[in-house]
Each structure stands twice: as structure tokens, then as C-alpha cells.
Design a binder for this molecule. Structure first.
Ligand SMILES: NC(=O)c1ccc[n+]([C@@H]2O[C@H](COP(=O)([O-])OP(=O)(O)OC[C@H]3O[C@@H](n4cnc5c(N)ncnc54)[C@H](OP(=O)(O)O)[C@@H]3O)[C@@H](O)[C@H]2O)c1
Length: 292
């Protein structure tokens, strides 16, 4: 098979990429290379499989090789922090970095996951977070990013509900302490009492994710107000069972693909100071998902 890049890679081509373990199923190379092509930028975005044993060397390599920026995915989002020159305040609050920008040899860490959700909420669902009562399912890495970002966006209140209640209580206390946003934690069993007042419900657990596509978070959709928005950050499948059930009940819905596209767009904008072609990125994600 001929090398697809033989005609287009030169000594001037800049490098971007993503580190993770595993990395083979990452959708980011397809999304970012489509964006770079649409922008006519002489850059390539490369997947790097990095074992947890080599995170420090991988980050040093970004500097040594003059790589312009990288995304960081599971399981390295926390570990990379120790090896950066600077960490953005929001990423510090979240305690995880998903984007590193190489600014003239200084590596600066950001977290664009929560921002990606916020942009998707505003642009795709048309919802302003200000004044909203939010119920967040989950207390893992994605819940931290979404929870802190919303707490910084003038929501009225936040409930963090998780299978392991102690993690929900700990995250809720941290968000309240760090942002001042009224936040409580709960187990999934005692969630029902919070649903009738919720404006926005967000699933950040992995329930419903491929291959467990018939699983669904234990939420009585009918107990939400009819005007509530139901969001699921799981993007594979592109419509989870939770999203289908919410749509069947007549409630507005927001699937997770938009968050993925907007977190990538924010990273690209940090690296190259360009306006990211969000529609191109969404189309590339849909095509990549359909082909997997
Ligand atoms: N759209 C996007 O851009 C985007 C970005 C990031 C992540 N995501 C998606 O978000 C999901 C979570 O990612 P993460 O990084 O936060 O993972 P994580 O840190 O491993 O957290 C997983 C969360 O799911 C809960 N959970 C797992 N299995 C469960 C079950 N059987 N019943 C109830 N709760 C269960 C865990 O609860 P316990 O604490 O009780 O274990 C925890 O709260 C994944 O599907 C990921 O693909 C999407």
C-alpha cells in the first residue's frame, strides 16, 4: 500500500498528537487531521501509545521534538501534571490535563473537557447554564471536568450522584469548597428526591457505553420536569439508551459527540490560534464512529 503521506509531509510539517494507553481506538486523529486539512495547515496529528511507565519521557519528548501540542487521554490525565511547566487554573481545579500546549518550549497544561461540554450545552442545546439546577451522574474524571466547569458558570445548584456514594460526597464537597457553588453529593439510590427540581440531568458514568449499549443509568426520566434537558456524555453509541428514553418521553436531549468535538476544537484553538472548523470535526467523528 502506498504511503498516504508521501506527497504532503515535508521538513516544515508541524506535529500534534495524542498520548494514551490504549490509543488505537482514539477518534482524535481522524477529527484533528480533518480539521487541519480543512484549515489548510501544514500539520499532522499522530496517535502515540504511551505506557504509564513512560509518561515522563513522553512529555519530555514533546519538548525535545518540538511537538506543538498534544492531547492526553486515559490513563495519563493526572500523571502528566508533574512534568509540565505550568497548569491552567481550571485544569488545576479539575486535577487533570487533557491538552498540553508547547509555547516556545514551555509546556502548559489545560483541561478542555468541561469547556467542551459547556460549548455543546450552549451551542447545540441552546441552554445558558446560569441559574440552572443540575444533577450530575458519576464522580469520575469526566464528572470532575463537567462539574467544576458548570460550578464556575453560575449554575444555581449541583447534585453529584454516584454508585460509590463516598466519591460523590467527596467531589461535591470539593466543588462547593473551591467554587462556592451550592453542591451536594448523593448515592444513586437516593437520587429520586432531586429529580423533580432538576433543569439539566447529565450522565457522566460509563453506563450505556459500547459494548454495554443496553445498560442505562438508574434514573426515572418521568420524575424529571417535562422541560428538563437530558445530556449523556457517552458518545459511542452516538445515541445511548438514556438519550433514546429521554427523547421518547418528549424531553430535550444532548448526546456526547458535541462535547468531544468542542473539547478538540478548544485544543486546536490553543495550539494554533485559529477558529476550529467545528462542523468538519463533527462530521469526521461521525464517519469514524460509523466505520468502527
Ligand atoms: N464526550 C466526551 O467528550 C467525553 C469525555 C470524557 C469522557 N467521556 C465518557 O464519559 C464516561 C466516563 O468517563 P470517565 O473518564 O469519567 O471514567 P471514570 O473516571 O472511570 O469514571 C466512571 C464513572 O462511571 C461510574 N460507573 C461505572 N460503571 C458503573 C456501573 N455499572 N453502575 C453505576 N456507575 C458506574 C463510576 O462509578 P464508581 O465511582 O462507583 O465506580 C464513575 O462515576 C466514559 O463513557 C467516557 O467515554 C466522554
Amino acid at each position: 500500500m502506498p504511503n498516504r503521506f508521501a506527497q504532503c509531509l515535508t521538513g516544515h510539517t508541524g506535529v500534534l498528537g495524542v498520548i494514551g494507553d490504549p490509543i488505537a481506538h482514539s477518534l482524535s486523529p481522524a477529527m484533528h487531521n480533518a480539521a487541519l486539512q480543512a484549515l489548510d495547515k501544514d500539520y499532522i496529528y499522530v496517535p502515540f501509545a504511551v505506557s504509564p511507565l513512560h509518561v515522563q519521557e513522553a512529555v519530555a519528548g514533546v519538548k525535545a521534538l518540538g511537538i506543538k501540542g498534544i492531547n492526553v487521554t486515559i490513563p495519563h490525565k493526572v500523571a502528566v501534571i508533574d512534568y509540565l511547566d505550568e497548569v491552567d487554573p481550571v485544569a488545576q481545579l479539575i486535577g487533570a490535563v487533557n491538552t498540553i500546549s508547547n509555547q516556545a518550549g514551555r509546556l502548559i497544561g489545560y483541561n478542555t473537557d468541561g469547556y467542551g461540554f459547556l460549548r455543546s450545552l450552549q451551542e447545540e442545546a441552546g441552554r445558558d447554564p446560569e441559574g440552572q439546577k443540575v444533577v450530575l451522574l458519576g464522580a469520575g474524571g469526566a464528572a470532575r471536568a463537567v462539574g467544576f466547569q458548570l460550578a464556575l458558570s453560575k449554575i444555581q445548584s449541583l447534585v453529584v450522584a454516584n454508585r460509590t456514594e463516598s466519591r460523590a460526597l467527596a467531589l461535591a464537597a470539593e466543588i462547593h469548597e473551591q467554587t462556592g457553588c451550592p453542591t451536594v453529593g448523593s448515592g444513586l439510590d437516593s437520587l429520586d428526591s432531586h429529580l423533580s427540581a432538576a433543569d439539566i440531568l447529565i450522565n457522566t458514568t460509563s453506563l450505556g457505553m459500547y459494548p454495554q449499549i443496553t445498560t442505562v443509568p438508574p434514573v426515572e426520566i418521568e420524575h424529571l420536569p417535562p422541560t428538563a434537558l437530558v445530556c449523556d456524555i457517552v458518545y459511542n453509541p452516538s445515541e445511548t439508551l438514556l438519550i433514546q428514553k429521554a427523547a421518547d418521553s418528549g424531553r430535550a436531549t444532548l448526546p456526547g459527540l458535541g462535547m468531544l468535538a468542542y473539547q478538540g476544537a478548544a485544543a486546536l484553538e490553543l495550539w494554533l490560534q485559529v477558529k476550529a472548523p467545528i462542523d468538519v470535526m463533527k462530521t469526521a467523528l461521525r464517519m469514524q464512529l460509523a466505520s468502527q
